[in-house]
Design a protein around this ligand. Structure first.
Ligand SMILES: Nc1ncnc2c1ncn2[C@@H]1O[C@H](COP(=O)(O)OP(=O)(O)OP(=O)(O)O)[C@@H](O)[C@H]1O
Ligand SMILES: [Mg+2]
Length: 296
């Protein structure tokens, strides 16, 4: 295994949330399967000692599009060195599954070099509380500048019309980090895990609703791939109707990449509203501010 940085065309998506069971492996494995399904040369890096992503990969049939596994979990190296393990030459997409319980001071080891960082958040009270702590660690300790536009939250295991769902949406609404996907609680993910498949690899009629929910997510990732920072984009309006992020109304941005994601040309983004307030960190340097809405 080469110890090297990524090549220029390679895109790295890190799935990160120290809260156990938030959906990291589910999102990472389904995303890797999506990239492979659409014809990209794809690698799945498992940084979790539990090896759940590699286990998923071991369930995968050889008839399905190939995904290279990178066992970053087994190496007895300093994390910073194992992080630099590179994918096989010619890899277009590397998806990184990370472990639970990463301490704040180690977050930067996992975010370094990422083009996008997906944060799956579950709907329970403890998930919401843990996400609050994690996001503030990411901004304040790991010094992630949200204006770089790498961060996207994925609401996971949601059940619409529940109190927990409404609470999660209120919490996510209060962040300026965009909500880039809403995935329902679905048995399809359990079948996918058991078969080493992604949602996109099932017969569409079986998973129609889930496919629809992945579309804004992969569309947002596509805008990361072409290097578009949301803060510089024209303002867009996001409607959160029917339990899913709405369609932005901004001017479409053409994508140079062919394939299914090439049609997905705009990024969902919550813009600053007149009644938003800014909570700066104690250093007051403005780079770590969190905006909260005082509206309803
Ligand atoms: N949208 C979903 N619908 C139904 N089940 C889900 C969904 N997302 C995750 N799960 C299930 O929830 C459990 C935890 O998910 P997952 O393993 O992806 O979380 P994780 O964040 O990787 O956990 P860990 O922190 O232990 O690595 C798994 O059994 C998974 O199949
Ligand atoms: Mg996991």
């Amino acid at each position: 295994m080469a110890i090297n940085g990524k090549n220029n065309n390679q895109r790295k998506v890190v799935v990160l949330n120290p809260k156990g069971g938030s959906g990291k492996t589910t999102v990472a494995s389904n995303l890797a399967a999506f990239f492979a399904w659409q014809g990209s040369s794809t690698a799945l890096m498992d940084c979790d000692p539990q090896g759940s992503s590699l286990h998923w990969l071991s369930n995968r049939s050889e008839d399905l599009p190939r995904i290279s596994g990178i066992a970053a979990n087994k190496l007895n190296l300093q994390a910073t060195r194992s992080w630099q393990l590179s994918a096989p030459p010619g890899t277009d997409h590397v998806v990184v599954d990370t472990p639970a319980a990463i301490r704040a001071h180690r977050l930067i080891e996992f975010t370094r070099g990422a083009d996008a960082i997906l944060i799956p958040v579950g709907p329970s009270d403890t998930d919401i509380h843990a996400a609050t702590v994690f996001i503030s660690d990411l901004l304040l300790v790991a010094k992630e500048d949200r204006r770089a536009g790498r961060l996207g939250v994925v609401a996971n295991r949601v059940r619409e019309r529940t109190v927990a769902y409404r609470k999660l949406m209120r919490f996510l609404d209060s962040l300026v980090i965009p909500l880039v996907g809403v995935l329902r609680d679905s048995q399809n993910y359990l079948h996918a895990a058991a078969e080493g498949k992604g949602i996109h690899e099932f017969k569409p009629y079986r998973v129609r609703k889930d496919l629809d929910q992945w579309e804004p997510l992969v569309r947002w990732l596509e805008t990361r791939a072409v290097g578009i920072a949301p803060i510089e984009r024209p303002p867009v309006q996001v409607e959160r109707s029917m339990g899913c992020i709405g369609r932005p109304t901004a001017t479409p941005v053409p994508s140079p990449v062919p394939g299914p994601v090439a049609r997905m040309t705009t990024a969902p983004l919550r813009t600053v509203q007149p009644n938003d307030v800014v909570e700066s960190d104690s250093a007051g340097n403005g780079t770590t501010a969190i905006l909260r809405s005082t509206g309803s």
